[in-house]
Design a binder for this molecule. Structure first.
Ligand code: ZN
Length: 132
C-alpha cells in the first residue's frame, strides 16, 4: 500500500492555484469534474505524490460541508491498493466503518472508498485502485 495522493479542500480555488504557482512554480496537470461527488479535482504532481485540490461545485457537496465545519485544509490521504473491493471487505472486517455500500467510481479513472475518520485516528482515508 502506498500513498497515492493528498486531498486538500479549498474554498477559493484561484487563490490556492496562484499560491502553488508562486511557491512551487506548479500548475495542475489535470482537472476533472466528479459530478457524483459535487467536486472539481485539480491534480498536481509533487515529486511522484499527487496533490488533489478539491473544489466544491454546490453547497450540498461533501467538500462544502467539510469547509463549513473545519475550514479549508487537509481533507484526506489516499492509498493505492491492488483491488479496492478486496480491501473494502478487509478493512470493514477490521471493524472500521467504511463509507457507502461498495467502492465507487472516483476521479482519475479510479475505483475508491473512504474509511470514516472516527475509526482512523481522525484522518479521512481513501483507498483506490485502477481495478475494482
Ligand atoms: Zn482523493
Amino acid at each position: 500500500m502506498k500513498l497515492e495522493h493528498i486531498g486538500i479542500a479549498v474554498a477559493d480555488i484561484e487563490s490556492t492555484k496562484n499560491l502553488l504557482k508562486a511557491i512551487f512554480g506548479a500548475e495542475p496537470y489535470k482537472q476533472e469534474v466528479v459530478a457524483s461527488e459535487g467536486v472539481i479535482t485539480h491534480f498536481y504532481d509533487a515529486g511522484g505524490v499527487k496533490i488533489e485540490l478539491l473544489e466544491a461545485t454546490s453547497t450540498d457537496s461533501a467538500i462544502s460541508k467539510f469547509i463549513l465545519k473545519h475550514g479549508q485544509g487537509l481533507h484526506h490521504l489516499a492509498f493505492s491498493v491492488d483491488h479496492v473491493s478486496t480491501d473494502f471487505e478487509r478493512i470493514k472486517g477490521l471493524g472500521i466503518q467504511v463509507l457507502g455500500e461498495a467502492p465507487k467510481q472516483g476521479a482519475d479513472g479510479k475505483w475508491i472508498f473512504f474509511a470514516h475518520p472516527r475509526d482512523t485516528s481522525g484522518v479521512l482515508m481513501e483507498f483506490c485502485s485502477e481495478q475494482k
